[in-house]
Structures are given as C-alpha cells and as structure tokens.
Design a binder for this molecule. Structure first.
Ligand code: C2O
Ligand code: CU
Ligand code: CU
Length: 524
C-alpha cells in the first residue's frame, strides 16, 4: 500500500520478508531473536516520522538514463537523480555531462530525509559511505528493495566536515551497479571548517576518479563473469574524472581545494603531480587533518578520499601539468603486472591495456587566467585530537582479521559473507573503543591489495607494519585502509551511539560482491 502523499511504501513488503528470514534463521544460536530489529522497528522506519523535522528533504531515484560521453551514440547508464521537497535547492549540485549522481551538501547537525526510489530493474539500496548513522539507515544489503519500491532514510548528520559519498549496496551487485553509474558525493560542512577559510566556490573542486571500458558503440563493458576476472576485480582501460574521459581542469593562478574520491571498482592510484611538486594533503576520508602534510605520492584505493591543496599562484597563464598515477607493483594476482608468467597476462588479467599499477595521467590541469588574490594555506586546519590506543578495551589483545584466499575465494578470517550471520568474534560492545588489526601478509603469490572499509564509523590508523613505501596518509580520520600484500595495519575505532548490525568489507567491489565482506554487531 502506497501512501498517496509521500509515495513511501508503508506496507513495507521487504521488511516483512527480511523479518521472516531473520526469525527463520536458526543456525546462529548466539544471536537470540531479540537482538535483531523486528518488523515493527523496520516498518516504523519506512513511515515518515512526524516528529522528525528535516532541514533537507529530498527524493533520490536510481534509474536508467543516457549520457553523451563520446560523439555518436549516447551511453546507457544507471543514474541517481534528486528532487528537493524541503530545504535549499543549492544543496543538490548536478554533475554536468556525467553519469554521476548529484552532490548532496549538508551541514553537521542537520536532519536529513531521503526518499530513495529504486527504478532500476534489480534490487538496490543506498549506503552513505563514511557516515555515522543508525544501522537501519546504513544501507545494509538485507534492506534491498525491488524495482518500483522506496526506502526511507531519516538521520541527523553527526559527521565532521568532509568528503563522503553514496552508492548502492545490494549483495553481489554493488560492483555492476556502481560501475553502471550509481555513485555520488555527499559533502558535509561544519562550523570549524567554515571558520578556517578554505578555498570555496569554484576553488573547491570535487574530482571523482574511475576507470571504465567502452565498446565500439560507446556502451559500457563490465566483466564477462569469468571467476578469475572477478578475483582480480574490474579494471577499465579508460580513466574518467567526474564521468568524463580526458578530463582537464581549467584553473586560475590561485590555490584550490581538490577533493578526490576513488570511485573505481578495483583500481588503485598512486597519485603524484607530473611536474614534481609534492602533494599537499589537507584531508582524508573523515575530513580535514590537523595540519597539511606533504607526500611525494599517495595511494588512493577504492572508496578512499583525499583532499589536496593545489596552489598555482607561481605558475604562469598557459602552464600545464597533470595529476598522474605512478607505476607500482601490486603483488601476485593483480591484473598481470609482470613477473608471474603467462597465466597472468593470458587469462587472469583481463585488462592488458591498463593493468593495476600501470603509469598514466589521471587528469590535466591548465592554468588559464590570472587572479589577484588567492587563498593561503592555514597553519592549522582542524582539531582532530590524539588517537589513544590505551582507550581500547582490547588494548592488550587486538581483534585480528586475516585477509586470505581459500578455495579460490577471498575471505576475512576464512569466512565469506552470509546475510544474517555474525560470528562470536564479530560482536563488539556499544560505546567501547577497540583495536582491530587487518593482516594481508599470508598470501604469497596469491596475494592482492585489499582496501578494508568499516561501515558506520571513522577510525584512526595507529600502527602499520610491512610497509615499504611512503604513500599513506594516516594522520587523519579514515573509514577505508589499504593493505598492500605483506602489510598489516591496526586501527582504533569507537563503536559509539548506534547498536545493531553493520558491515566491514574489502572495497574492491568485485571482492566485496564475491563475499569478502562480513557483518559486525554492536551490542547494547
Ligand atoms: Cu563504500 Cu560498504 O561501502
Ligand atoms: Cu561504507
Ligand atoms: Cu580485496
């Protein structure tokens, strides 16, 4: 039954279906029925709450669309569209000429209502990557809805200012849906950020980096379904920025805030400036650093964000440079970057034109006009506070997660995703801090990089081992941490505010879809 005024499905078939599945789930004795949100809670969440006064109330639909990317045929894509019911229309910023969804701009403390309508011909659900929201607002795949149905999100923005994003999360179909075009930025601002006076307006530039493959008729090509291809992950032969190939950013002789998102399915970028200037990093996944740091290059793996200060005030009009990805080794299995014989090149690495770790230009920068005044890099960007590992309840004994392959399947601690399954060692206490250790040292020849992402929380990277490069920025808040083969990392995370079931997974979307994902449960 649809509510006439809202279009929101009050009868919530999917809630009932999931409820039946949940109560019917008998094999996990440790999770008594009472731990799960029941039908009432889910159904209630699907009815707009009259006590919830949204500052921004929008509809967001995912639907088939066409975009003119190349001359000739337009490209069939899936695309998010938004309409504003209440609030400032300027909060929704369309990405011109792109399959990407609109940028949604909010402020910390605001209440947001999003009515998601699924108009693509398969199940979907939206996840707010990096946002700290209640479990039923997080887009867990158990909440997927079929074509023609709606899911209601209502939450308060608790995150600090930063570059977050949204994308689908149906189990097994996240890779193809993101690839088809379903992704968008979700930018949060707050008083602290506004006070520091960073480049704004046209000097604040979102840059979503992705790779795609197109066939002759300009249509997207995904994987053939070959298991080996999926084990490596999709690699496209064309680099797209903001949905455009051969992207060039025109700039003035001033300073810019560049917000980079790696929205690729599995490609990792080793970012550097082609002209040799260092990367001046001002922010990571969870917002601004305390102070800018400089790196010769920085790795950006799928799901991660990086904010860069780029100052062109010493460059003349006419100057050109580009952001490049430097060559790197990725270990055994990853797209055939030499060293492991014919098998890689011949069958396993589906993309010989542009393997993971190849060198290429990501986007160009052209200095096109002079400006008189320019922004100056603040000495202090934000207050992020110290990471205090001793606050962790398991300080002496971190929770360990091994990233390994088993029976031709990527796993976390030997396990793969089961929709309703949480193991004993995946239950954490509400409002406790813990140290989690991710370990990618066991792979040998069969190893690959794995960017590990936690839902619902930002964390601090407190320790790394086995790292033989200086391409990480661990100074700030993170929600995704890259582990190259041979590496180990410890993160400090506080499971605050929201009980319930959340995901942690590899953000190589093919790995995720194949089950390199698990639930963790925050127990009140
Ligand atoms: Cu970008 Cu499960 O997340
Ligand atoms: Cu996420
Ligand atoms: Cu992985």
């Amino acid at each position: 039954m649809k509510d006439k005024n809202t279009g929101i499905n009050r009868d919530s078939d999917h809630s009932r279906r999931h409820f039946l599945k949940l109560t019917g789930y008998g094999t996990l004795g440790m999770l008594a029925g009472g731990l799960w949100p029941g039908l009432d809670l889910l159904a209630a969440a699907q009815t707009p709450d009259t006590d919830f006064e949204p500052d921004l109330d929008i509809s967001l639909s995912a639907r088939p669309d066409e975009v003119a990317i190349f001359p000739g045929s337009s490209t069939g894509v899936w695309r998010y569209h938004a309409t504003v019911h209440k609030g400032d229309r300027a909060r929704i910023v369309e990405m011109p000429r792109s399959y990407l969804g609109p940028i949604i701009k909010v402020n910390q403390g605001e209440k947001i209502r999003i009515r998601f309508n699924n108009a693509i011909p398969e199940v979907s659900i939206v996840h707010w990557h990096g946002l700290h929201v209640p479990a039923i607002m997080d887009g867990h795949p158990r909440y997927v809805i079929p074509q023609g149905q709606s899911y209601l999100y209502e939450f308060e923005v608790k995150n600090r200012a930063g570059t977050y994003w949204y994308h689908p999360h149906p189990h097994g179909r996240t890779g193809p849906q993101v690839y088809g075009g379903l992704a968008g930025l979700f930018l949060v601002s707050d008083a602290e950020e506004q006070a520091v006076g960073l480049p704004d307006g046209e000097y604040d530039v979102p840059l979503v980096i992705q790779d795609r493959t197109f066939e002759q008729d300009n249509q997207l090509v995904y994987l053939s379904g070959n298991r080996m291809e999926r084990m490596t992950g999709f690699l496209g032969d064309m680099i797209m920025t903001n949905g455009m190939p051969d992207f060039t950013l025109p700039v003035s002789t001033g300073a810019y805030r560049l917000r980079l998102l790696n929205g690729s399915n599995s490609r990792i970028y080793k970012l550097a400036w082609e002209d040799g200037r260092p990367l001046t990093v001002i922010g990571t996944d969870g917002g601004l650093l305390e102070k800018a740091v400089q790196r010769r290059y920085v790795f950006l793996s799928p799901g991660e964000r990086l904010e860069i200060w780029a100052d062109f005030s010493d460059n003349p009009v006419g100057y050109k440079t580009s952001l490049v990805s430097l060559p790197f080794e990725t270990g055994g299995m990853d797209g055939g970057r030499m060293g492991h014989g014919m098998m890689m090149g011949g069958r396993m690495g589906q993309n010989l034109l542009l393997p993971n770790g190849a060198a290429f230009s990501v986007f160009g920068v052209n200095v096109t006009q002079p400006v008189q005044t320019t922004y100056r890099l603040p000495d202090k960007l934000s207050e992020i506070g110290p990471a205090r590992p001793r606050d962790a309840v398991n300080y002496q004994n971190p929770r360990r997660f091994y990233l390994t392959m088993r029976h031709m399947q990527w796993t976390i601690n030997g396990r793969v995703f089961q929709m309703e399954e949480v193991a004993d060692d995946e239950i954490v206490g509400l409002d406790t801090a813990e140290i989690w250790e991710f370990n990618n040292t066991g792979g040998g020849m069969m190893s690959m990089p794995h960017p590990i992402h936690l839902h619902g929380k930002q964390f601090r990277v407190i320790e790394r081992a086995g790292v033989f490069h200086d391409g990480y920025v661990d100074e700030g808040w993170k929600d995704t941490v890259l582990l190259m083969p041979g590496e180990r990392a410890r993160v400090l995370v506080n499971f605050s505010d929201y009980p319930g079931m959340f995901l942690y997974h590899c953000h190589n979307l093919e790995h995720e879809d194949m089950g390199m994902m698990r639930n963790y449960y925050v127990k009140a």
